[in-house]
Design a protein. Structure first.
Length: 333
């Protein structure tokens, strides 16, 4: 998401210059209650119920579902993180420089700040910023698993391990410039390397890195289990299922244009967001088949100027729409 972040930084700077009194707002890192309307215009897609579209701040990218059913949103264009609860934005955390990705666990929300190269720890209860942890230039992917918080600093070419008990950096691994997202599964840490078209397996204890052969063009969203690793290949319009022991591609599933964010739902099925639309795709990992496709709009793909994400709660799937400044809620079932 290199081009997005640079463009957003310029855009935000220009907005600040043109708005009288724009520097007199809430202190950086402070949480505020939000009065954002619960719905955004769905006129671009008449088939979408406006009541299922939540208006958020400028340029939403990353999403994270919390255990209480809340959904957190990284608003890259607004340099803030918001919480959706009860179908509307009820909390906003300002002063996070180009937040891209989020992870929520154990009472904390972890946000990557691309602009400052930080991992920002936010209280899920109050929205207050608890810590700002330098992790390296181009902080993007983040996940919580195997007892640690894992962060990809794409422009520094490193994977950073953070101890959630102390908020201190506990280790780093060289993964090469251009990696994007990270997940855990099957006892390992997995990184999608967008620039090289590869997937990396990292030992969580030794931080040793094993790199796959080239898998596809533009790997981004990634899900890992004991017997399979799934990766969304944005420029190849496929989701690839990998054998984690051999790196063999066990399946290549054709998707709508520009597959991006990918998560596993509580039912075991994969949820994918394709940028064009955006479009929500459900994949059955047992049959390697697309179960459903649902267009949520008619917007064009983003061509790596930004990204989209997907998150799942008990009652819904949530999809960010960067260009619409909104998050779609698709009811379960």
């Amino acid at each position: 998401m290199r081009r997005l972040a640079l463009a957003v930084l310029v855009c935000v700077a220009c907005v600040g210059c043109g708005a009288a009194g724009s520097g007199g707002g809430t202190d950086a890192g402070a949480a505020t209650t939000a009065s954002t309307s619960a719905t955004a215009s769905a006129s671009a897609s008449p088939s979408v119920d406006p009541g299922t579209v939540v208006a958020v701040g400028q340029g939403p990218v990353g999403l994270a579902a919390d255990s209480d059913g809340s959904v957190w949103v990284a608003q890259a264009g607004a340099s803030s993180v918001s919480r959706i609860r009860g179908g509307k934005v009820d909390l906003e955390v300002k002063g996070i420089d180009v937040p891209l990705r989020l992870a929520a666990a154990d009472g904390s929300v972890w946000a990557t700040a691309f602009g400052t190269g930080e991992l920002v720890r936010i209280s899920a209860t109050s929205g207050e910023v608890a810590q700002r942890i330098p992790v390296g230039k181009g902080a993007e992917g983040v996940t919580v698993g195997l007892g640690s918080v894992w962060v990809v600093a794409q422009d520094a070419g490193t994977l950073v391990r953070v101890d959630p008990a102390t908020s201190a950096v506990a280790g780093t691994a060289d993964i090469g410039i251009g990696a994007r997202l990270v997940t855990t599964g099957g006892g390992a840490v997995w990184v999608s390397h967008y620039a090289n078209g590869t997937v990396l397996r990292v030992d969580p204890t030794t931080m040793a890195v094993t790199t796959s052969p080239r898998i596809c063009g533009g790997p981004q969203g990634i899900v890992a289990a004991a017997n399979a690793v799934w990766v969304a290949c944005t420029t190849d319009n496929v989701v690839v299922r990998l054998d984690p022991a051999t790196w063999a591609a066990a399946a290549r599933i054709i998707t709508p244009t520009a597959p991006d964010g990918l998560v596993a739902g509580p039912d075991g099925r994969l949820r994918l967001v394709a940028q064009q639309g955006p479009t929500l795709v459900v994949i059955d990992p047992n049959t390697d088949a697309v179960v459903s496709e649902q267009a949520l709009g008619v917007l064009p793909q983003l061509y790596d100027q930004a990204n989209l994400a997907v998150a799942v709660t008990a009652d819904a799937t949530w999809v960010s729409s960067f260009s619409a400044d909104a998050v779609h809620r698709v009811a379960a079932g």
